[in-house]
Design a protein around this ligand. Structure first.
Ligand code: THU
Length: 149
């Protein structure tokens, strides 16, 4: 499934809007993610770090958890992810390099993609470019719910 320019802009704006909510005192790298569902709903998340560094949660994972809590189990069409720092006035400064979801997040997103039989378009957003890539290309031969059936 593809998305039009307006929807794409809306999704990127939602990810950007989630970024200031990040709790990232250790890395200083704030991440915002936005999930788009087939009914047009957008669910956002931000990274939530922890003093025990390895327990930190990525923005995509937080967004998936929020969507799951709201009852969503499929219909994931696309997601956008971006990251960066807080500028002088607290406004987001988007990093130059497009943010690609980490390996763990690819697996977490895959759960909701496979459940609903979709292959979401992942918008990896950088300051000057957006790389669009399917989840199946980021996580080929994924292990998912079907493997346990
Ligand atoms: N991070 C995300 O939220 N998503 C990713 O896909 C990559 C990394 C977060 C984790 C950590 O809080 C910070 O970015 C620096 O790695």
């Amino acid at each position: 499934m593809t998305i039009d320019t307006e929807t794409r802009d809306r999704l990127v704006a939602a990810a950007r809007g989630a970024m200031p909510g990040a709790y990232a005192p250790y890395s200083g790298f704030r991440v915002g993610a936005a999930l788009l569902f087939d009914d047009g709903a957008v669910v956002t998340g931000c990274n939530v770090e922890n003093a025990s560094y390895g327990l930190s949660l990525c923005a995509e994972t937080v967004a998936c958890a929020i969507a799951a809590q709201a009852g969503r189990r499929g219909g994931l069409v696309a997601l956008a992810v971006l990251g960066g720092t807080a500028g002088a006035n607290g406004a987001p400064v988007i990093a130059e390099a497009p943010v690609t979801p980490c390996g763990r997040c690819r697996q977490v997103v895959n759960e909701f993609a496979q459940l609903g039989g979709t292959d979401p378009l992942v918008l990896c957003v950088g300051a000057r470019e957006i790389v669009e890539i399917r989840l199946s290309a980021l996580l080929p031969h994924a292990f998912g719910p079907a493997n346990l059936a």
